[in-house]
Ligand binder design. Structure first.
Ligand SMILES: C=CC1=C(C)c2cc3[nH]c(cc4nc(cc5[nH]c(cc1n2)c(C)c5CCC(=O)O)C(CCC(=O)O)=C4C)c(C)c3C=C
Ligand SMILES: [Fe+2]
Ligand SMILES: [Fe+2]
Length: 328
């Protein structure tokens, strides 16, 4: 029997095509129309989305995206996702086709999957690039994959990598980036900031918050941090519902007032730097912190395309592919 051809798809959240109001509006419309992200009844949500949220938020977010956009014309998230895809492809070797796709925006999941199946991929591993499972992200990727194949005659064998929130390679890569970045002689507090989620999602069974806490605990152990020196926060609150607490922005304000004036901040839930880390945390967070009396604010970049992360991702992919790679 000839070896079936194998593919790997890295699935990322997505980003606008340009830091302009129209492009951001298209992106936000697709993102915020996903029931996994906002699960209000459609009759209630769609008029609000189209009448209030998109007109107000698109120009504002476009302005923020312009602050972080790269000189080569792409967003940081797209840039890093491309580089990690190339890195993983090089590590896995010529026999395995590695692509990436975006849940919202482009390249779309459906289009990328169709290209891969048309190219003869018979077994496909999908790795959502979210370390912690959230229904709003991980499960939404699975929805998009199912929708992409819903009307196709030919479907490859599919496998989804599990969330890697406690993976040793991932934790070590995070610690490596922090150690390379920070002056070890400075005494400091540490904040691990994760993307927020409505508290109701957790109450309804989403394991996201628990997985964030496990990541933070493992990372603190890897960095040998005493328990009174590290903190967890949830950022990027959206809408009126109660979201996970403590709120990251509140911590930036509260920590200096408790005499914790040197802070290192990591966003371990984001594998690549993006609007939510570069603008909201590295820029906006630093501002809040200094205004509240903070002295030293060190933002530690995301894993991005660091060799340690590409190595960890290669291990994750190999582990999931192992049954498919055995020679027989
Ligand atoms: C209801 C709103 C949102 C939920 C729930 C949500 C969950 C969630 N998001 C990420 C990762 C990212 N989100 C990003 C941008 C972003 N997120 C929301 C809203 C929700 N996210 C909005 C409206 C936006 C767009 C920007 C803005 O207008 O503020 C990004 C950045 C993309 C980029 O281009 O840089 C990431 C990454 C996770 C991991 C998550 C649930 C755990
Ligand atoms: Fe988000
Ligand atoms: Fe945001």
């Amino acid at each position: 029997m000839s070896t079936p051809s194998i593919g790997v798809l890295l699935a990322q959240l997505g980003t606008p095509d340009a830091p302009e109001t129209q492009a951001v509006r298209r992106f936000l419309k697709e993102f915020l129309s996903d029931r996994r992200v906002v699960d209000l009844p459609r009759w209630k949500w769609l008029p609000l989305l189209h009448g209030v949220i998109l007109p107000a938020r698109s120009p504002r977010s476009a302005r923020l995206y312009r602050k972080i956009w790269r000189p080569d014309g792409v967003s940081p998230l797209l840039h890093h996702t491309r580089r990690v895809t190339e890195g993983l492809g090089a590590q896995l070797g010529a026999g395995i086709r590695v692509e990436f796709a975006m849940r919202y925006g482009s390249p779309a999941i459906a289009e990328t999957l169709h290209t891969m199946t048309r190219a003869g991929i018979q077994r496909l591993l999908i790795i959502p690039l979210f370390p912690q499972y959230a229904s709003a992200t991980t499960a939404s990727i699975a929805d998009a994959v199912a929708m992409a194949f819903a009307e196709e005659r030919l479907q490859p064998a599919l496998r989804f990598a599990p969330p890697f929130f406690a993976d040793d390679g991932y934790i070590r890569a995070l610690a490596d980036v922090a150690r390379a970045r920070l002056d070890p002689t400075v005494p400091r507090d540490w904040l691990f900031s994760f993307h927020g989620l409505p508290q109701r999602f957790i109450d309804e069974g989403d394991p996201y918050a628990e997985q964030c806490r496990i990541t933070a605990q493992r990372l603190a152990e890897e960095l040998h941090l005493p328990s009174e020196r590290w903190h967890v926060g949830f950022q990027s609150r959206f809408g009126r519902e109660v979201w996970l607490t403590p709120d990251t922005a509140g911590l930036f304000d509260a920590l200096p007032r408790q005499g914790r004036r040197n802070l290192a901040v990591l966003c371990p839930g984001f594998t690549a730097d993006c609007l939510e880390t570069l603008e909201e945390i590295a820029e906006g967070g630093a501002e809040i912190f200094h205004r509240a009396g903070g002295e030293r604010f060190d933002y530690v970049p995301c894993l991005n395309d660091t060799p340690a992360w590409i190595g960890a991702l290669t291990e994750i992919a190999r582990r999931e592919l192992s049954g498919w790679l055995e020679k027989n």
